[in-house]
Design a protein around this ligand. Structure first.
Ligand code: NI
Length: 225
């Protein structure tokens, strides 16, 4: 399941983030690629842990924690610090799969259940640079407004097509979800959306209470902490 998370950052926050990122020093993106990825990866990144990455990363983390759609769709347990990449002049990242295990700054290993890309360039500012994801139902092409995020299963093959005009700046990161199974997590998300819709029409309907109870009992059944 691919979920678009709208307006993670406001236009003012995107502008602030870009000011910090554009003044920072970028390095070859192959520093964080695995063996297969290094052959197809051609971009630049901010060094993880650099002051600019930390500053904008904190802004993103705070926004995500307050974002109801993100929390409901991802059910995050551990979120890796946001990283940042940039593509221009034909740069691209060919088809690859993200590594299954990554390490938090405190040394803890986490399983990558979901991959996130947060767009920090307006789509009209560059040509190409589509994120294409091989989903269960075919290949999806994603190019979102600045400040919007796409959440997709880390089990998917994906690529970034060459940026042939302008510059594409994004944040990307991974998370381990409380609910490991993509199908279970998708059902919980669909159920939550339906309950919210019903609750908006009639908050005291007994079915809202029953369905909310069922949601939590399923989450209790499936969550691994
Ligand atoms: Ni990737």
């Amino acid at each position: 399941m691919l979920v678009e998370i709208p307006e993670v950052l406001t236009a003012a926050q995107v502008a602030e983030a870009r000011k910090v990122l554009d003044a920072a020093e970028w390095v070859d993106g192959r520093i964080s690629a695995g063996h297969q990825g290094a052959h197809v990866k051609d971009n630049v990144q901010l060094p993880p842990g650099s002051p600019a990455a930390r500053q904008v990363g904190e802004m993103i983390n705070n926004a995500l924690r307050a974002h109801k759609v993100f929390m409901s769709a991802a059910l995050p347990l551990h979120v890796l610090p946001p990283m940042f990449n940039s593509y221009e002049g034909g740069q691209t990242f060919g088809t690859h799969i993200d590594g299954a295990i990554r390490i938090l700054p405190n040394g803890q290993r986490i399983r990558t259940d979901l991959s996130c890309t947060l767009f920090l360039s307006a789509p009209e500012d560059y040509d190409g640079g589509e994120l294409t994801i091989e989903d269960t139902y075919g290949t999806k092409t994603v190019k979102l407004p600045a400040g919007h995020l796409i959440l997709y299963p880390s089990t998917s093959l994906h690529q970034v097509t060459p940026v042939t005009r302008g510059r594409r700046v994004c944040s990307f990161f991974w998370l381990q979800s409380m609910v490991r199974d993509n199908g279970h997590r998708a059902m919980l998300y669909d159920m939550d959306v339906a309950i919210q819709r019903l609750g908006a029409e009639n908050p005291i309907h007994p079915s809202v209470i029953s369905l909310t109870g069922l949601y939590h009992n399923l989450l209790r059944h499936w969550a691994e902490l």
